[in-house]
Design a protein around this ligand. Structure first.
Ligand code: GDP
Ligand code: ZN
Length: 293
């Protein structure tokens, strides 16, 4: 009899499925065409020969998609509900990268929460944060070193399936260690059982957080470069642009130099933050240079 389950890890064709009772099963993929990711709901069954196979994948609410080393689209996790975009006073925040994650969150229908780690190093608040709060992003401050803000972070992860992303060195692993406590060992144990090194080969692993909620993690997930389909999607990815879309003179306005551009007018009037607009233009340019998938 087929059962339903949750994919908690995947390595090539080997998949770990958690059943409704919390038991874990190593499964194989039946069809070559099946695409299965950590976070997927699946139907699986144990055949007469004792091999467990995944039969079917339930439709996804969302897919985290990155650009692989060849510039192509690669899905890495399913049904993620929240991106925790981590930044810190040092290394200096890369706001373009932060905007890129925020766009990815908007386009995949996930909440994005900005986490400022190493908060104990801050002498004054990071100035751009006011803009992000103003356009509706939740911001929380943590220090993995001092152990402050962790309860606030855990509260934001409760009831969500999160991934932690951001530039290298901001303290993502430190924050993970701080909130995972003993469950971290489960992550390691899981991938070791498959005989693979944890840092290179496990695509992504789903863990349940002691404080509630789930986290999908792997080094590849933490530093992923979001894939954005085309420049038109980018318009919707900047949430403060949305009320203005459709109000430019030209339907295909690129919001760069066209006359009667509603976005440009809002920038000039100070209603849209000039740095966010600059990020938008840079991302547009960047996307234009990527090969189509
Ligand atoms: P990742 O690359 O984002 O995973 O960052 P790591 O967790 O590896 O941390 C990078 C460096 O920042 C390490 O030397 C950490 O000890 C340090 N670090 C992490 N969290 C904090 C913090 O809250 N305050 C300070 N001062 N340093 C931290
Ligand atoms: Zn326009």
């Amino acid at each position: 009899m087929p059962e339903t389950g949750l994919v908690i890890a995947r390595h090539r064709r080997h998949i770990v499925v958690e059943d409704a009772r919390g038991g874990q099963h190593a499964c194989l993929l039946r069809g070559r065409s099946l695409s299965v990711l950590a976070g997927d709901r699946v139907e699986w069954e144990t055949g007469k020969d004792g091999t467990a196979v995944v039969l079917e994948v339930a439709p996804r609410q969302s897919t985290l998609t990155r650009i692989d080393s060849r510039g192509r689209r690669e899905p890495i996790a399913a049904n993620v509900t929240q991106l925790l975009v981590v930044a810190a006073p040092a290394p200096k925040p890369d706001w373009l990268l932060i905007d890129r994650y925020l766009v990815a969150g908007e386009l995949m229908g996930a909440t994005a929460t900005i986490v400022i780690n190493k908060a104990e190093l801050l002498e004054e608040p990071l100035q751009p944060l006011e803009t992000y709060r103003h356009i509706g992003y939740d911001v929380c401050a943590t220090s993995a070193k001092r152990g402050t803000g962790l309860a606030e972070l855990e509260q934001r992860m409760r009831g969500q399936r999160s991934v932690m992303v951001g530039q290298s060195g901001v303290g993502k692993s430190s924050l993970l260690n701080a909130v995972l406590g003993e469950s971290l060992q489960t992550v390691g144990a899981l991938s070791e059982r498959g005989g693979q090194g944890r840092h290179t080969t496990t695509t992504a692993t789903l863990v349940r957080l002691p404080g509630g909620g789930e986290l999908i993690d792997s080094p590849g997930v933490r530093g992923y470069a979001p894939y954005i389909e085309d420049a038109r999607d980018l318009d919707r990815g900047f949430r403060e642009f949305r009320p203005l879309l459709g109000h430019c003179r030209f339907d295909d306005c690129s919001h760069r130099a066209e006359p009667d551009c509603a976005v440009k007018a809002a920038v000039d009037a100070g209603e849209i933050d000039a740095h966010r607009y600059e990020s938008y233009l840079k991302l547009r340019e960047l996307l234009g240079s990527l090969p189509a998938s």
